[in-house]
Design a protein around this ligand. Structure first.
Ligand code: C2E
Ligand code: MG
Ligand code: MG
Ligand code: MG
Length: 280
């Protein structure tokens, strides 16, 4: 029923069967306003080499600082941004901001670090998506080798033109990763047709790695698949040393998670990179 879907809020009955909670309508409006007023920021989470602990790159994660409600989780507002297509202007802002930060770090001498940006299917479906990316690259003067784009399997499942678009992104010199890998349907069959660089193993398999045989089997299979067909592999959501050790044992050398660092400000990330800086 509408009540069950509503999360306890007041419900507004629209034409037909569709209902939206008042909370949801308010959030949509606030999202629109916040995009205009720029109430967003990016945190960055280091990706590390599991053997040495050195930073290999960083993932940009968008944060919404709502003027009254405080910080709202992306898991809550990204779906709304997607449904309303506000993800398009928001995503452009995220990409531009991440490109600027990547160049800022590069110019400070942190030269070996790629910045990854998450992108939704909705963004890739926009007409002139590639042209938009190109114009942001030109505007920010970013080196394409400093950029990575993280896509989820839903992109592969829902788009006709996705093959061409991924090839286009990679032709620019940008790395493409498949995020949340293993959680979609018919995951493996997509790999035959889609030209990605990296598989990012979903954190649901990583979090019980040390206590669940099934997760170990799945993770081991994904890693050996990646190694066999020549893809990079990275694990997300590592919270325990034991999880990192199992991953290394299975042949995965890169990871990300609270065990190493939570997503944090560019300044705190610099301290991590400082230790990993490539001396030239
Ligand atoms: P994701 O891209 O799979 O990012 C990983 C999420 O897991 C992040 O949550 C990160 O903070 C969290 N995480 C990292 N390590 C750990 C760990 O060890 N334990 C646990 N429990 N969690 C960990 P966050 O920042 O809340 O983002 C959630 C999702 O929102 C992202 O999942 C991504 O799908 C989406 N998102 C975030 N920023 C953007 C963006 O700029 N654009 C788009 N389209 N989506 C975004
Ligand atoms: Mg991601
Ligand atoms: Mg993920
Ligand atoms: Mg996710």
């Amino acid at each position: 029923s509408a009540k069950e879907k509503g999360g306890g809020g007041i419900e507004i009955y629209q034409h037909g069967a569709a209902t939206k909670t008042l909370e949801r309508i308010l959030l949509e409006n606030d999202l629109r306003k916040s995009i205009q007023l720029n109430h967003f920021s990016l945190d960055y989470q280091p990706k590390v080499n599991l053997l040495s602990g050195e930073v290999t790159g960083l993932e940009a994660l968008v944060r919404w600082d709502h003027p009254e409600l405080g910080r709202i989780s992306p898991d809550k507002f990204i779906p709304i941004a997607e449904e309303t297509k506000l993800i398009v202007p928001l995503g452009n802002w995220v990409l531009r901001e991440a490109c600027k930060q990547a160049m800022k770090w590069y110019n400070k001498g942190f030269t070996g670090f790629r910045v990854a940006v998450n992108m939704s299917t909705i963004q890739l479906e926009e007409p002139f998506f590639i042209e938009k990316i190109q114009s942001i690259l030109i505007e920010t003067n970013v080196l394409p080798e400093l950029l990575e784009i993280e896509l989820t399997e839903s992109v592969l499942a829902n788009m006709n033109q996705v093959h061409t678009i991924i090839e286009e992104i990679r032709r620019q010199g940008i790395i493409v990763s498949l995020d949340d890998f293993g959680t979609g349907y018919s995951t493996f069959s997509y790999l035959k047709d889609f030209p990605v660089d990296t598989l990012k193993i979903d954190m649901t398999f990583i979090q019980d790695l040390h206590e669940k045989e099934e997760s170990r089997a799945i993770v081991k299979t994904i890693i050996s698949l990646a190694n066999t067909i020549g893809l990079n592999v990275i694990a997300e959501g590592i919270e325990l040393k034991e999880q990192a050790e199992i991953l290394l044992d299975y042949g995965c050398q890169e990871g990300q998670g609270y065990y190493y660092s939570r997503p944090t400000t560019p300044e705190v990330c610099e301290a991590f990179m400082e230790k990993s800086r490539i001396i030239e």
